[in-house]
Design a protein. Structure first.
Length: 93
């Protein structure tokens, strides 16, 4: 059973990586909820911000927009302090 869990986890992560690489961030959240997998959203956000800060700001907003945020806004802000201007600019628009 442990091997099945590891396999499932690895497959879920690969699907999520594909969504991230193609800019389909809403699908990341929908897919994770559908299969019951909780990815490391802060790691994903950090990776996205390195590639495209504007899309990272969009993803950051999605993470904290739900009634139950998927990630702690304080942790996101702390980890991505160097991108705070881009996040603020996006949220203000």
């Amino acid at each position: 059973m442990v091997e099945v869990g590891r396999w499932l986890c690895r497959c879920c992560w690969q699907v999520i990586q594909c969504f991230a690489e193609t800019g389909q961030f809403q699908k990341i959240i929908l897919y994770a909820k559908k299969v019951g997998y909780t990815p490391d959203y802060v790691f994903l956000l950090r990776s996205i911000m390195r590639i495209n800060p504007e899309q990272g700001a969009q993803f950051a907003q999605m993470l904290v927009a739900d009634d139950e945020p998927l990630s702690d806004i304080n942790q996101v802000t702390y980890l991505l302090g160097s991108y705070l201007a881009q996040i603020s600019a996006y949220i203000d628009n």
